[in-house]
Write a protein that binds this ligand. Structure first.
Ligand code: MTE
Length: 313
């Protein structure tokens, strides 16, 4: 994110009438398919219809853009690099260890995570670089996983960690050295428990492609996209504010909270407007105004009452 690159997405891409809502017609079992490590399978029976508050009535960003215009520095710095360089990454088998200030620490196997009650959620995604998308995720609330490990009373934060696999992630091997590894992120416990906060295991009705954070990644739609840590292997409940990779790298540019806020500019660019990928809004008239909390103020503004949002960027 140190370099602000114009998107390479053609403005002409139009979202077709989306297949993702129809996917139950071609369903295979997600866990079975994934464990067989074949091409991304569609999800099965556990899906329940989205509640309307978890859906935005805006045109979906085309699947092609969602899966080829990515930030995942473990696979390179360019937007096309994660899709181009992640074919050797193996998202199965996989476990996520949940530990720290909890009554019942546990290592969850992927099968168990895929067996959580999965939901469709259509969320806006606003990158701190001032581009945005509308993405149909499949996942389950992080709170549901936290409930299983029984957080202790002194737990105040949740820390997340991405896998380290230099042999499968060329960015970690130093070919395009950029960030300290592993990529780490954190949330306050009340943010983590907010019903909007999702652990995603799929997009567009299929298991997550490697470039989108397979097999499991965080989605926090009212915060800048960098909070959405990918390919998570560890979640730790703690009483201290956890480190966050971009905050470590450039503390004056990326804060811990990173709530989408059109009134607090990045030191090198304005956050007042954004380029919705596919709308040709990199320059000029097609840019959209950025919404406070990315349009989720009703659900989350109360988490920050009394805080100076300008200071907590
Ligand atoms: N997670 C890891 N491990 N490594 C990364 O480089 N990039 C972040 C976030 N999660 C990143 C990551 C950034 S800057 C953004 S904007 C989102 O992932 C992009 O998610 P997407 O590529 O699925 O749109």
């Amino acid at each position: 994110m140190s370099v602000y690159r114009p998107p390479r997405i053609p403005a002409s891409e139009i979202t077709p009438e989306n297949c993702f809502l129809n996917r139950r017609a071609f369903i295979a079992t997600a866990a079975g398919g994934m464990l067989a490590a074949t091409a991304a399978p569609a999800f099965a029976s556990t899906l329940k219809a989205s509640e309307s508050r978890y859906t935005v009535d805006e045109k979906l960003t085309p699947e092609k853009d969602v899966t080829t215009y990515n930030n995942f520095y473990e696979f390179g710095l360019g937007k096309g690099d994660p899709a181009a360089n992640s074919a050797n990454f193996k998202p199965t088998p996989w476990t996520v260890k949940v530990d720290g200030l909890v009554g019942k620490p546990k290592e969850f196997g992927l099968e168990e995570l895929l067996a959580m009650p999965l939901e469709d959620r259509v969320y806006r995604m606003r990158c701190v670089e001032a581009w945005s998308m509308v993405i149909p995720w499949v996942g389950f609330p992080l709170a549901a996983l936290l409930d299983k490990v029984e957080p202790l009373g002194d737990a105040k934060y949740v820390a997340f960690e991405t896998v380290v696999r230099r042999e499968q992630m060329p960015g970690q091997a130093g070919y395009f050295q950029s960030l300290p590894w592993p990529y780490v992120e954190g949330l306050r416990l009340d943010e983590a428990r907010n019903p909007l906060t999702l652990l995603s295991v799929g997009v567009y009705g299929k298991t997550l492609p490697n470039q989108n954070g397979a097999p499991i990644r965080l989605v926090v739609p009212w915060k800048y996209g960098f909070k959405g840590i990918k390919s998570i292997v560890k979640i730790t409940l703690t009483d201290k504010q956890p480190p966050s990779t971009w905050n470590i790298s450039a503390p004056n540019e990326y804060g811990f909270y990173a709530n989408v806020n059109p009134k607090v500019d990045h030191p090198r660019w304005s956050q007042a407007t954004e380029n919705r990928i596919g709308e040709g809004g990199f320059f000029g008239a097609n840019r959209r105004p950025t919404l406070p909390f990315n349009g989720y103020a009703e659900e989350v503004a109360s988490l920050y009452s009394g805080m100076d949002l300008r200071a907590n960027f």
